[in-house]
Design a protein around this ligand. Structure first.
Ligand SMILES: O=P(O)(O)OP(=O)(O)OP(=O)(O)OC[C@H]1O[C@@H](n2cnc3c(O)ncnc32)[C@H](O)[C@@H]1O
Ligand SMILES: [Mg+2]
Length: 199
C-alpha cells in the first residue's frame, strides 16, 4: 500500500463528500474539504461541467496550497433537451435545494409518459496538482437511467429518489451506498481518475 496522500476536495456538497470519503480513504488518501481551508465556493460561470470543475479545482489549490479534486456533475434528461445539466444544483432557483429541484423536475416531466423519461447522470472530475498545473487530469463518468413519477427511497442525495436504475430495479436512493459508489457516474469517473494517476 502506498503512503498517505493529501487532497482537498473542492466541494461543499455533503453527499459528494461522503461518497469521496468512502471511495478514497480506504486507498490511503487523506481528504480535507475546501471548507476546512476556509475556501469559499467559486461562481460556476462555465458552460460545461469541465469548465466548472476546472474553476473549482483551481480555487481549491490556490486557497490550500495542496492538490485538489473537483467534481462538477448533474442530471441530463433527454425529454428536456439535456436540462437541468450544469444547472442541476440550482434548477429550482435556490442553490442546492434538493427537494425544490426534485419538485421542479416532476413538474417539467408531468406530461412525459413512461418510456420517454430517459436521463443520464454525468460527472466530470478534475485533479489539479497545483494552481498553475498545465495538465490537470480530467475524466468523466455517465450513468443511464429513467426519471420516476414519484420519489422512492431515503439514501443518496440530490435527484437520487427520482433516478431509476433499470438493471437494479431500484431508485438510486434505494441502493446501498456501496453499490451506488461502485456503479455511479462518480464512481466510474473516480475509477478512471485513479487509473490515470497510476500511469
Ligand atoms: O459545486 P459543489 O460545491 O461541488 O456542490 P454542488 O451540489 O453545487 O455540485 P454541482 O455544482 O456539481 O451540481 C451537481 C448537482 O447535480 C446533482 N447531482 C450530481 N451528482 C448526483 C448524485 O450522485 N446524486 C444525485 N444528484 C446528483 C445534484 O443536484 C447536485 O447538486
Ligand atoms: Mg455547485
Amino acid at each position: 500500500m502506498s503512503a498517505t496522500r493529501s487532497l482537498v476536495v473542492a466541494s461543499n456538497n455533503a453527499g459528494k463528500l461522503r461518497e469521496f470519503r468512502a471511495l478514497l480513504e480506504p486507498l490511503a488518501w487523506e481528504l480535507t474539504t475546501q471548507a476546512d481551508h476556509g475556501i469559499s465556493a467559486v461562481e460556476e460561470t462555465g458552460l460545461t461541467f469541465v469548465e466548472n470543475a476546472l474553476l473549482k479545482a483551481r480555487a481549491a489549490c490556490l486557497g490550500s496550497g495542496l492538490p485538489a479534486l473537483a467534481d462538477d456533475s448533474g442530471l441530463a434528461v433527454t425529454a428536456l433537451g439535456g436540462a437541468p445539466g450544469i444547472y442541476s444544483a440550482r434548477y429550482s432557483g435556490a442553490q442546492g435545494d434538493d427537494r425544490a429541484n426534485n419538485e421542479k423536475l416532476l413538474e417539467a416531466l408531468a406530461d412525459v409518459p413512461e418510456g420517454q423519461r430517459g436521463a443520464h447522470y454525468h460527472c466530470v472530475l478534475v485533479y489539479m496538482r497545483h494552481a498553475e498545473d498545465p495538465v490537470p487530469i480530467i475524466v468523466q463518468g455517465s450513468w443511464p437511467g429513467e426519471i420516476l413519477s414519484l420519489p422512492r427511497g431515503e439514501g443518496g442525495f440530490g435527484y437520487d429518489p427520482l433516478f431509476w436504475v433499470p438493471e437494479q430495479g431500484l431508485s438510486v436512493a434505494e441502493l446501498s451506498s456501496e453499490l451506488k459508489n461502485r456503479i455511479s457516474h462518480r464512481g466510474r469517473a473516480l475509477a478512471a481518475l485513479l487509473e490515470q494517476m497510476e500511469r
